[in-house]
Design a protein around this ligand. Structure first.
Ligand code: NI
Ligand code: MN
Length: 262
């Protein structure tokens, strides 16, 4: 007599288990559209349609697909540091779209001097909210400068960003960085669901160090970036995935260039 009930219970459990897979996939980004533009460049479209770029190195980026190189609409441009492969087309895009540029004050001053109209200078540990998106600038272990001819112009410290979108979805873009212990604090305090980490080595963490960073951050997902763009960036996704086997609680999202995930 009790057997049919057990069987029905089993069926319910089994189907809810199956259903949880597409739900999990749909949960990624919770309607924030994330498009990888190659190297460290990303475009985010918030649930309300706010268009935010981080490190828009597009025109000169050998990885950016031609159809994504030119930008028609942008509300915010976040720049992690002054190096050309991150600053990229910031000035051109800001002029064309009237987007606000968010950067370290020294880099901001440089951009203002170059003609940028709307620059928001901020610093590590601070949060600036615009269009309902809370932007927190966090530490990065790197350097920051702009090279003009034989001149090296100092542009303050490099940074990473934690973004909290209007629907609560939280993401961490590490910028260019080496591994540092305070990533544990970033993980505990902001609890980013997605962490975007460089793995290319030479200028940043390599796959092994990035996997350690993922362990400190404890995010649900990690997106590896800053590899393969130039021959010197030797880290690979395969190697990263190998190191990430030791951290089963975090999934690797190897987002292809030009691919959009939600
Ligand atoms: Ni750099
Ligand atoms: Mn770089």
């Amino acid at each position: 007599m009790r057997k049919p009930i057990l069987f029905i219970l089993f069926l319910i459990l089994f189907f809810s288990f199956l259903l949880s897979f597409p739900l999990q996939a749909a949960e990624i980004g919770k309607e924030v559209k994330i498009t990888y533009l190659g190297h460290a460049a990303f475009r985010f479209i918030s649930p309300k349609g706010v268009v935010l770029y981080i490190d828009p190195f597009l025109m000169g980026n050998p990885k950016t697909p031609p159809e994504l190189k030119s930008v028609e609409k942008a509300d915010l441009i976040l720049v992690t540091h002054g190096h050309g492969d991150h600053l990229g087309d910031t000035l051109t895009i800001a002029e064309k779209t009237n987007a606000k540029i968010v950067a370290m004050p020294e880099l901001g001053r440089y951009l203002t001097r170059k003609g940028a109209k709307q620059v928001i200078g901020m610093n590590k540990g601070g949060t600036y909210t615009s269009h309902g998106i809370a932007i927190t600038m966090v530490h990065a272990l790197h350097s920051s400068s702009v090279t003009e001819g034989d001149q090296v112009i100092y542009t303050g410290e490099p940074a990473g960003f934690v973004l909290r979108f209007e629907n609560g979805f939280t993401l961490y873009h590490a910028g260019d960085t080496g591994l540092f212990g305070d990533m544990k604090i970033i993980g505990e305090l902001y609890q980013p669901e997605v962490s975007i980490l460089p793995i290319g080595s030479h200028f940043t963490m390599d796959p092994r160090e990035a996997a350690y960073a993922a362990k400190l951050l404890g995010s649900k997902y990690v997106i590896p970036i800053h590899y393969g763009t130039f021959p010197v960036l030797t880290g690979t996704v395969e190697d990263f995935q190998k190191w990430m086997k030791a951290i089963p609680q975090t999934k690797v999202l190897a987002v292809k260039v030009g691919e959009t995930i939600q």
